[in-house]
Design a protein around this ligand. Structure first.
Ligand SMILES: Cc1cc2nc3c(=O)[nH]c(=O)nc-3n(C[C@H](O)[C@H](O)[C@H](O)COP(=O)(O)O)c2cc1C
Length: 181
């Protein structure tokens, strides 16, 4: 089974989280492709998708939301996990609200609750902004990232296994989408 791990980032923190998820999935025996969202043409080669975005001003990066919309039909027949990266400093462990557009799509996919990961803020990004300057630093929690990924691996089951019914359903839906284009 190959898992797609894809992400939207402005400053790289979410990219490193996605890379760590890929490493952990491979350690669990899965094939995992890790790509920035703009580099992904199709989700059809994948049985499961893990997608994350950085949060800015309470919202996901627009390319992440566009991706979810563009691939909505295919994602409905795949296992989907979503995460976002944001909180810093003293609030780093606080789960962040899921933007309404993302929450609606997550429901469509039957995805589990969106996971919040703590983020990273580099000093050069926030020069002359006193509020943000106080939050500068790397709050990322690699143990949290690994633990969440292990749960995904457990849910996906042993590598190579997969419901034949699920696979048939995906093939059927993908073929229908292809004809509809
Ligand atoms: C201008 C600005 C706005 C931000 N807004 C939020 C926010 O609303 N919620 C949040 O949790 N984090 C917020 N953050 C923190 C970033 O999400 C965090 O630094 C994240 O890890 C950056 O990810 P990236 O490096 O992948 O772009 C903000 C950071 C900046 C610089």
């Amino acid at each position: 089974m190959t898992v797609l791990v894809t992400y939207a980032t402005k400053m790289g923190a979410t990219a490193s989280i996605a890379a760590a998820i890929g490493v952990e999935l491979r350690a669990a025996g899965f094939a995992a492709d890790v790509h920035e969202i703009g580099a992904v043409q199709a989700v059809t080669p994948y049985e499961a998708v893990v997608l994350g975005s950085a949060i800015y001003q309470g919202r996901w990066l627009p390319e992440a939301v566009r991706f979810l919309r563009r691939h909505e039909r295919q994602l409905r027949t795949r296992r989907v996990w979503l995460f976002h990266s944001g909180p810093l400093g003293a609030s780093r462990q606080q789960a962040q609200p899921v933007p309404a557009d993302v929450a609606r799509l997550a429901r469509e996919f039957g995805a589990p609750p969106v996971k919040t990961f703590a983020g990273n803020l580099q000093a050069d990004v926030v020069l002359h902004d006193d509020d943000l300057e106080r939050l500068v630093g790397d709050s990322r929690d690699w143990l949290d990232v690994r633990a969440w990924t292990r749960q995904i691996a457990t849910t996906l089951g042993a590598p190579g296994e997969g419901s034949a019914h699920d696979a048939r359903q995906r093939t059927h839906d993908d073929a229908r989408d292809h004809r509809a284009r």
